[in-house]
Write a protein that binds this ligand. Structure first.
Ligand code: RB5
Length: 150
């Protein structure tokens, strides 16, 4: 199950991403916003991020104007590793190396076709588990718990 959420600036892009998820035969849960009325992106980021952190959803896609605000909000939720990406290379590497569980994109930064390419890459790339990348992701979790990692 893929969580998807957006603010008012990214409604059209959400429709494009949902069409891709349907094409990929992936189930999704849309956490809003559902209208073009100006709204606060942290609310929608938190709804989707909590669903990913709890295990209700496997991964999440977040969309706002830049992809930055909504990813900052998601990364405040314990267990979330959200990466803002504007090209597929970063989307691939943030899966392989960071085990990112949420992807953020900016509807005012990139076009719909690039956003779909990035999303497909993010959703089809596996984490390189078991070695130095797992160790580093574990360090991220330790930082989240307020632990000293040095
Ligand atoms: C909304 O105007 C805009 O600030 C928001 O979509 C996002 O870009 C914030 O980071």
């Amino acid at each position: 199950m893929i969580a998807i959420a957006n603010d008012h600036s990214a409604l059209d892009m959400k429709k494009e991403i949902i069409a891709l998820l349907e094409e990929m035969h992936l189930e999704y849960k849309d956490f809003g916003t559902y209208t073009s009325e100006s709204c606060h992106y942290p609310i929608y980021a938190a709804r989707a991020a909590r669903a990913v952190a709890s295990g209700e959803c496997d991964r999440g896609i977040l969309l706002c104007g830049t992809g930055i605000g909504i990813s900052l909000a998601a990364n405040k939720i314990k267990g979330i590793r959200c990466a803002t990406c504007s090209e597929p290379y970063s989307a691939e590497l943030t899966r392989r190396h960071n085990d990112a569980n949420m992807l953020a994109m900016g509807a005012r930064v990139i076009g719909p076709e690039l956003a779909k390419m990035i999303t497909r890459t993010f959703l089809t790339t596996e984490f390189e588990a078991g070695g130095r990348h797992t160790e580093r992701v574990n360090m991220l979790a330790a930082l989240e718990r307020g632990e000293d990692i040095e």
